[in-house]
Each structure stands twice: as structure tokens, then as C-alpha cells.
Design a protein around this ligand. Sequence first.
Ligand code: NAD
Length: 348
Amino acid sequence: QRVGYAIVGLGHLTLEEILPAMGQCKKSKPVALVSGSPEKMAKVAKQYGIKPENCYSYENYDKLKDNPAVQVIYIVLPNSLHAEYTIRGAQAGKHILCEKPMATSSADCQKMIDACKKAGRKLMVAYRIQYEPNNRLVRKMIQSNQFGKTKVIEAHNVQSSANPQHWRHKLALAGGGALPDIGLYCLNTSRFLLGTEPTEVFAYTYSTPDNPLFKEVEEMVSWQMRFPEGIVVNCISDYNTHESRRYRVLAEKGWINLEQAFAYEGQQLQTAHAEGMVGHKDQLTLGNKNQFATEIDHFSECILDNKEPHTPGEEGLQDHRIMEAIYQSAREGKPVKLPAVAKKDAFR
Ligand code: NAD
């Protein structure tokens, strides 16, 4: 039994990752498309065996209500459109899988959660790293204190971008620059690894003056998060740096390094363990699994078995609250305390 998905937005992520990954899913299948470009949609529909009557525009999106083949709507649009299409999708009676970042404000995240609750439908944010086996193994190592108590995590996710006309460089569509797009991986993954919530953030942003790429959104954010028991997490995201996506966990009796930590594939996990005076290093190799397929099938399983997803809307809301505190700290030049949140360990 496979859950039917309508995919909204036929941009890079949908065409290069999500639709191909559907071929590796065991519980999910694409059954409908939503796009503003009928020609492109006709081609993609033919390629993936989607019936012409299951192709929708943004205008007749709400008609998905009448299509029983569609159980989930997967929203893969520019960030500021996630809220509207989630709310309309829930009102059409469908479960929602929403790309990260969940929205462009915590207020919108709350509206999305409320709309799905009101409609009695599930909402999951597509935090693929939480479904990726290397990252899951690191979390297990940390939470079992395999290398003693964790003291520090250093994480960065940096890349370069070139097109100032792209929606990622328009504040109204993106909601921010490097932070919500790629810095979010450092933020969400460190919360996932530690299984606790930060209590305070301290941040610094920088944008090269007169660079058209960074007229509206920030180029770089560097921030520090304090977690309970004195754990410190240092993060950097940057839109104007050669690609690098990794973290290192420093613990009392060893360290864990994950290269390509936030990439679609190619993770390389290395650990070092103190043994008396002599250090010991290990390179671990886990089989390559398509993260997107695992993530999508997880949501289908939640629908088939009526379970809560690992990464529900509340997970996205918490990240947005922290990102808002990061921007506030950078603006004010001082640390910002975060309110305590009840941990929903069930989804971890
Ligand atoms: P993209 O620019 O390649 O595609 C966006 C699509 O939205 C395009 O087909 C575009 O035509 C359509 N669109 C509809 N209304 C639009 C409007 N008003 N302005 C601009 N475009 C509009 O972007 P993408 O890289 O596919 O990103 C889509 C979403 O997926 C974003 O939220 C992004 O953060 C997320 N994403 C997630 C991952 C991941 O690894 N999980 C990776 C890349 C992107």
C-alpha cells in the first residue's frame, strides 16, 4: 500500500532529488503535480506516469480536495509561500509535508500547526538529516556518552551563490539569507544530536557592502548556542564561501567528525577515542541510503499507522523561534535568552 503525494513546485529540489527519490520509496508514490508552468508540468508528468487530470495550477490548487488519490501534499516552494500552501492544503483535507525552513516567521509556523490540527491532518517538516543514518548514529554515540560527556559541537554549512535575482536573495520570499537556508542545518542538527534545547544564543552577521547578492539578505551568520550542562555549540553559515558542510563533536574522551554532514550523500564519519596515552581513530562506513526516500517513507508510515512524525510542525516552530533570537542578538550585539520548551521526546 502506497500513500499518494501531490508535489507542489517543480524547481531544482523536486526535479533533481524528490521525484527521483520517489523511485526508491516503498510506501509512497507521486500521483499529482502543482505548477505554474503547464509545459514543464506536462513533460514531468509524462516522465513519472502522472495522469494529465492530476496536474494542477496554483489557481486550482484547492481542487485537490476532490482527488482521493492524493493523501499528502508536499510543499517545495519558496519559503514565504509554505504557510499559505500548507494552510490551504490542510483545508483541502490533506496531510502536509513541508520543505525547510518551515516558513519565514514563528507566527506563520504557529498558524500552519493550528490549521493542520483544526483539519485533523498531520504536518511534517522535511528535515532530511534527521533521517540520514550517519547523523542518526552520531546522535546515538552522543546520547549514550560513548566518548564521555559532550562538551562542544562546531558546525558549519557554507556555499557560494551567484544570482541576485533568485528568490533566495529576496527577503520577502526567503525570510533571510544564509541562516534559514543553510545555517538551519547546523541549528536543527545540533538540537537533534543533543536531544536538548538551547537556553541562550549570541550571534554576529556580516554582508559585504555593495554586493548585490546581499542587498536584502545576510551573507554570513556566526552564532553560539548554550545548551544545558555547559555544552556550547558554535555555528557558521555563509553564502559566499567555497562549499563545506561538516561538524565535529568534542567530548571528554574522544571526538566525532562528520564530513559532508549536511550533504545529500557522501557522509564520512570519523571518530577518535582516547585510550590511555595513545589515541585511537576509526573510520566508519555506513551503506548509502537515499535520505529523501527514507524521510518521505517515514511520513507515509505515520499516515498508514496513524503515528506522529519525528519532525512535526513543532520542530520547525522551535527552529524559527531560535532563528529570530539569533537575528535579535546580531542586531543588539548581546546574548538573547530563550524560553524553556517542553521536550516532545516521542518524536525523537
Ligand atoms: P527553486 O527556485 O529551484 O524552485 C522553486 C519553485 O517554486 C520553482 O519551480 C518556481 O517556479 C516556483 N515558484 C512558485 N511561486 C514562485 C514565486 N512567487 N517566486 C519564485 N518561484 C516560485 O528552489 P528549490 O531549491 O527547489 O527550493 C524549494 C524549497 O525547497 C525551498 O523552501 C528550499 O528551502 C527547500 N530546499 C530544501 C532542500 C533540502 O535539502 N531539504 C534543498 C533545496 C531546497
